[in-house]
Design a protein. Structure first.
Length: 482
């Protein structure tokens, strides 16, 4: 039984949970989003076919430039005339960086996508003055150095970048300039002060870990200085059931993070605290993990199958259900690197994980509502010792309450599940439905066969009060309510 109560609103789903992330890594930027001289690019160097596919994803917020890359990135290398910018060696990913795609190019891409920019500042090798200067370059309106430099580069009107990150994964030894929690909190506080003094309207994201030994000192020191605490989560397994149930790792991270927020802010419910959670890197990622020097052509080029798409759908379900505390999430990454979109010099490919992202972005409402699904669970020895129901469900409502959105993942590898669907307190009208599926759970899209795994509109009715959810599928419904 799937029981939905449209009158019980859990909370408001912020559009920013459908955000994306791009980093200077592999061919995410160069040869992906940005490909100067390509016949497929516009006059500024943006790949038009990639832009069109990204526009269908419609991310409300886009994070850049990293990721690990940002801990060694100095933004002034990437502004001004492209031919005069210095080439650098990127110590994060062991690649040459041309700096031909910098702040102005990123913000130009955001304009083309109609998305809000989220810039992550360098809290590794960077200084607090450098962070403040970047804010002034982007948002400054005064007659001062960095604002005037932006004007000289052709942008007289400030970009008004709203979201700024105070570093990336600074807790990790793999990070340039990594720090312990106390030292990071001190540096992040000073960065936050000067960035906010430069522009009082910025919204800041402090670097979190999802563990109290890091999060507690950071939250304590950053009280009143950051609107978000970030966490990252990558999951995945070649075993089908462990893969489609892997979202449990994200659930655990969120529970630990909420516990830290409750402790620091002395509230019973983490949603009552002024700081929210930004899951600003998340994805399925377990195959292409290498970081070989100069292997830019295929670095971290993960090939996704149907099981990965089902896992991605359950992540977005979780963010919708946790909407009172999770108000931003950014899939890592958008093109070529652990990405829903792959490119060659001649064409693009939409991977399996592209489709649940598009379905849930365009067929979800702004109000999360109560939904309960009773049914069998995947045996714990198959799921990885976690409680994992075969059906994973999320429900939302339109602003006017006249349309219900229901999203269901059937994780069962071999069996369709016929399930009663009950919507309490409402009469049901017309139903539209879309189904994501493929011939088997490890099916993949290739450039030769690009639609093996895809989403299609299907005939659907809830007139008899039941629906058959096909094996290994993702189904999204729009239901008129009367």
């Amino acid at each position: 039984m799937i029981a939905i109560r449209p009158e019980v609103v859990i909370g408001r789903i912020e559009p920013n949970i459908y955000g994306m992330f791009i980093e200077h890594l592999g061919r995410c930027i160069y040869g992906g989003i940005f490909d100067e001289g390509s016949p497929l690019s516009d006059a500024e160097g943006y790949r038009k076919d990639v832009l069109k596919a990204c526009q269908r994803l419609a991310p409300p917020v886009l994070r850049w430039p990293g990721g690990n890359f940002v801990s060694g990135y100095h933004w002034q290398d990437g502004v001004g005339p492209r031919d005069k910018r210095p080439r650098r060696f990127d110590l994060a990913w062991f690649e040459e960086e041309s700096n031909r795609f910098g702040t102005d190019e990123f913000l130009g891409f955001c304009r083309r996508l109609n998305t809000q920019p989220y810039i992550c500042a360098n809290a590794g090798s960077g200084t607090i003055e450098e962070a403040a200067g970047w804010v002034e370059y982007c948002n400054g309106w005064t007659n001062t150095h960095y604002a005037n430099r932006r004007r000289r580069h052709g942008n007289s009107v400030p970009f008004n970048v709203p979201y700024w990150g105070l570093g990336n994964e600074v807790y990790g030894s793999w990070q340039i300039g990594h720090l312990d929690a106390e030292d990071y909190a001190k540096k992040a506080l000073e960065m936050a002060k000067v960035m906010r003094w430069t522009d009082p309207n910025v919204r800041l994201v402090a670097c979190g870990l999802g563990r109290e030994e890091w999060d507690l000192p950071v939250l304590e020191r950053m009280r009143g200085q950051a609107e978000y605490l970030s966490v990252h989560c990558y999951v995945g397994s070649p075993d089908y059931y462990r893969n489609v149930c892997a979202v449990s790792a994200m659930e655990e991270i969120l529970e630990r993070t909420k516990a830290s927020i409750r402790q620091v802010y002395e509230v019973e419910d983490a949603a009552q605290a002024p700081v929210k959670i930004a899951v600003d890197e998340w994805n399925v990622w377990y195959r292409a993990r290498g970081n070989e020097r100069f292997a830019a052509a295929d670095k971290l080029r993960e090939v996704y199958d149907l099981s990965d798409a089902l896992c991605v759908a359950t992540f977005v379900h979780l963010f919708q259900r946790e909407c009172r505390t999770v108000t931003m999430a950014n899939l890592a990454q958008m093109v070529n690197v652990i990405a829903p979109i792959l490119t060659t010099p001649e064409s693009i490919l939409l991977q399996s994980i592209y489709y649940p992202l598009v379905l849930l972005r365009h067929h979800s409402g702004p109000l999360a509502v109560q939904v309960e699904a009773e049914g069998d669970c995947v045996p714990e020895e198959r799921a990885g010792a976690v409680a994992c129901p075969y059906l994973d469900v999320a429900a939302s409502l339109s602003e006017d309450g006249r349309k219900l959105y229901l999203s269901v993942v059937n994780r069962h590898q071999t069996e369709d599940i016929e399930e009663p669907v009950q919507v309490k307190g409402a009469a049901l009208g017309d139903v539209r439905a879309w189904e994501l599926n493929g011939p088997d759970v490890h099916a993949v899209n290739t450039f030769e066969c690009p639609e093996v795994v895809s989403a299609r509109e299907v005939q659907a009715s809830l007139g008899q009060g039941v629906y058959v959810f096909p094996a290994h599928s993702h189904t999204v419904m729009e239901v008129a309510l009367h």
